[in-house]
Design a protein around this ligand. Structure first.
Ligand SMILES: NC(=O)c1ccc[n+]([C@@H]2O[C@H](COP(=O)([O-])OP(=O)(O)OC[C@H]3O[C@@H](n4cnc5c(N)ncnc54)[C@H](O)[C@@H]3O)[C@@H](O)[C@H]2O)c1
Length: 232
């Protein structure tokens, strides 16, 4: 039995709680948010889940084996390091951290202590992506010359990070997974149409081993920020 906690119960956190309350070998013990209204929402939906506004209470909880972090990206590294230092496994929502150096520190720390550290690259666990990977890996499609992706999902106009940092982790994680490698070169161009200095449209080109090229278009579109637990 794995006992877990979810930190951050805004838009995405409730989806994690919903899933982790359904696994037979998981005890979804406690949810944390600074916003008490979000905790009342979780209590109404999942009366058996404890709630708290205090992350450190969960860090100190000997019963909690793993934490799932779904707070804004600027908070991922400080919260994650507290859990890793306490010897707990982690799933951190994408983007895993606000900088490469933060992500490397988290990764290094987890590796040294034999802890699981996962990023919330949701799409590599979906049936469609796994079928595409199977078709590529089995050779049924032959050599892959290029892949073109367009991400036009409903993503918020974020106030702190641009669309590449916010949404491209999905595209890149799917491509890395399907092609079984990481890109050799990356170039990207973006444009900030809505908020000055924060790109909301980006065109990314990646070159993978085997002369395989990928082109990703990634954009933000308005969606309402609410208590709903709809699509990511
Ligand atoms: N995997 C996916 O497909 C997917 C989809 C949507 C969002 N996300 C990611 O999930 C994360 C959260 O996004 P969101 O849209 O739910 O944001 P959100 O702003 O709707 O929710 C974040 C919540 O965290 C709470 N919070 C902030 N700081 C906190 C702290 N120190 N301790 C406890 N709670 C705190 C806020 O009160 C808020 O309720 C982001 O990293 C985002 O990129 C992933």
């Amino acid at each position: 039995m794995l006992t877990v906690a979810v930190i951050g119960c805004g838009y995405w956190g409730p989806n994690l709680i919903r899933n982790f309350t359904q696994f037979p070998n998981v005890r979804m013990k406690v949810a944390c948010d600074l916003n008490k209204e979000r905790l009342r929402y979780i209590s109404r939906l999942y009366p058996s889940v404890e709630t708290t506004t205090d992350v450190d209470q969960i860090v100190a909880d000997q019963e909690v084996d793993a934490a799932l972090i779904a707070t804004p990206v600027s908070t991922h590294h400080p919260i994650a390091m507290r859990f890793l230092e306490a010897g707990k496994h982690l799933l951190v929502e994408k983007p895993m951290a606000a900088s490469v150096s933060e992500a490397e520190e988290m990764n290094h720390f987890a590796e040294e202590r034999g802890l699981t550290l996962m990023a919330g690259h949701t799409f590599v666990y979906t049936a469609a992506v796994n079928k595409m990977k199977e078709l590529i890996t089995s050779g049924e499609l032959g050599h892959i010359y290029y892949i073109s992706t367009t991400r036009v999902n409903l993503g918020l106009f974020q106030e702190d990070i641009n669309v590449v940092w916010d949404l491209a982790p999905h595209d890149v994680s799917i491509l890395n997974y399907m092609l079984g490698s990481e890109p050799l070169t990356v170039s990207a161009q973006g444009q900030a149409y809505i908020q000055s200095g924060i790109e909301d449209v980006a065109f990314i080109h990646l070159e993978y081993p085997g002369d395989r090229r990928c082109s990703c278009t990634t954009t933000c579109r308005p969606r309402r920020r609410s208590g709903s637990t709809t699509r990511g």
